[in-house]
Design a protein around this ligand. Structure first.
Ligand SMILES: [Zn+2]
Length: 99
């Protein structure tokens, strides 16, 4: 496998605009965002069914902003991770955790 080494990040896949690379050893676009996907059920071109491979693309800030204004961007938030340690206390015989 060949590693990237470029002063330019991948171009924006929407407008094809060039993006400077903050980290020439990788893909760190200045003025843009990097998106990765490990595949998706329903894709007819990339769904490797597990493993550690992924695809990577860049979209410039202007194109993301325009898409957001058009309602084409979702904002996600991951729930906090479950506590690593159980919390144990005496049970009063009635509490069911719904109060
Ligand atoms: Zn763009």
């Amino acid at each position: 496998m060949t590693e990237r080494n470029s002063e330019k990040a991948l171009p924006c896949i929407v407008c094809k605009g060039e993006l400077d690379n903050i980290d020439p050893r990788g893909n760190q676009p200045s003025g843009g965002l990097e998106f990765t996907t490990h595949g998706h059920y329903g894709s007819t071109i990339f769904d490797p069914m597990g493993g550690s491979v992924f695809l990577c693309v860049n979209i410039c800030d202007g194109c993301v902003s325009d898409a957001a204004k058009d309602g084409a961007v979702l904002f996600g938030e991951m729930p906090p991770p479950a506590p690593r340690n159980r919390i144990l206390r005496p049970w009063d015989g009635e509490e069911d955790g719904t109060a």
